[in-house]
Design a protein around this ligand. Structure first.
Ligand code: KIV
Length: 264
């Protein structure tokens, strides 16, 4: 496989080929995922929970993500590396640029930011400065204190339509990718169908263009609560490499996530 770029993921969408992606935080796992052909790795701020033992992502800093992005990007030859911008590191276009520069210099090719239409000027400014953006909508964990917990988003019609409109506005502002988290499967499907950019789901049903899993959820080693949309591929295969390959093939053939791993 050649070096994966945004064009690769766009082409997969155009060809109606689903793809699996996964989080990574260190060189050993990043190398393994790269060898297995995972097209994109996310250095997620979920590192706050799975690496640092925190209860949420709020305590993760730009320094933390810079460190883990360096570890991951030095270990891959083909996979595209996406780095999460942590809580309050993109509250203005200026701070977004300052902090995104550090993540890009650490090896990321794309940065991910969570939120709604207020992200439009942030996305525009990052793009003007050469930083591709993955927007993240639906259940955005950095807003857990606003949501009052990790709750499914978009169950009511009005809220669902607002999420679709937000997705379109973020695409029009220049987002190159969209992550949609914990929404009913029909809503995940509608967003993927209405957008031209690749839509990567987590807890959003099996009709999005791509899927993402926190690696610990895919291996059954999550400290604390394992979400409903997770599947322990390691238990099924007994081997890390086979677990990753099974994850990729089950996403590609539409078997993962199934109805029990989706919300309605
Ligand atoms: O931080 C993270 O790992 C994420 C994924 C769950 C999408 O944002």
């Amino acid at each position: 496989m050649a070096k994966v770029t945004l064009s690769t993921l766009r082409r997969l969408k155009e060809e109606h080929k689903k793809f699996g992606t996964i989080t990574a935080y260190d060189a050993a796992f990043a190398h393994l995922f790269d060898e297995c052909g995972v097209p994109a790795l996310l250095v997620g701020d979920s590192l706050g929970m799975v690496m640092q033992g925190r209860e949420s992502t709020i305590g993760v800093t730009v320094d933390d993500v810079v460190y883990h992005t360096g570890c991951v990007s030095r270990a891959v030859t083909e996979a595209m590396v996406i780095a999460d911008m942590p809580f309050m590191s993109y509250d203005t276009p200026e701070s977004a640029c300052r902090n995104a520069a550090r993540l890009m210099q650490a090896g990321a090719s794309v940065v991910k930011i969570e939120g709604g239409v207020w992200l439009v000027p942030v996305i525009e400014r990052l793009l003007q400065n050469g930083v591709p953006v993955c927007a993240h909508i639906g259940l955005t964990p950095q807003f857990v204190n606003i949501f009052g917990g990790y709750k499914i988003q978009g169950r009511e019609e009005a809220q669902a339509q607002k999420i679709v409109e937000t997705a379109l506005k973020l695409q029009n502002a220049g987002a190159s990718l969209l992550v949609v988290e914990c929404v009913p499967a029909p809503l995940g499907s509608e967003i993927a169908a209405r957008l031209d950019i690749p839509v990567i789901g987590i807890g959003a049903g099996n009709q999005t263009d791509g899927q993402i899993l926190v690696m610990h959820d895919a291996f059954g080693i999550t400290p604390g609560h394992t979400p409903k949309f997770a599947r322990n591929f390691l238990k099924e295969t007994g081997d890390l490499r086979k677990a990753v390959e099974l994850y990729l093939s089950e996403v590609e053939n539409g078997s993962f996530p199934n109805e029990n791993q989706s919300f309605f």
